[in-house]
Design a protein. Structure first.
Length: 81
């Protein structure tokens, strides 16, 4: 079973978007990055972009798109100094 780890702080609940990061502590050390948005009128949460990265437990690196409405193929997470 994958363990949820929030490396990126979620936005305040009043905001329309959130970024969350899940890490699998078992197996291939798969990480999943998700960007979610809330519709203004219906408050429905939709998946804007979701992708995975393999290789180690470090959250930085390039994530390849698996699903979502945004067609961007990859996103890169960089460490802050």
């Amino acid at each position: 079973m994958a363990a949820k780890t929030d490396f990126l702080a979620k936005d305040d609940e009043g905001k329309a978007t959130q970024m969350i990061l899940f890490r699998d502590n078992i197996g291939a050390h798969l990480a999943t990055l998700g960007i979610l948005a809330t519709k203004f009128v219906t408050h429905e949460v939709i998946k804007v972009w979701a992708g995975t990265k393999t290789g180690g437990s470090d959250p930085t690196g390039t994530y390849t798109r698996d699903s979502g409405l945004d067609p961007v193929a990859t996103l890169t997470v960089e460490a802050q100094p």
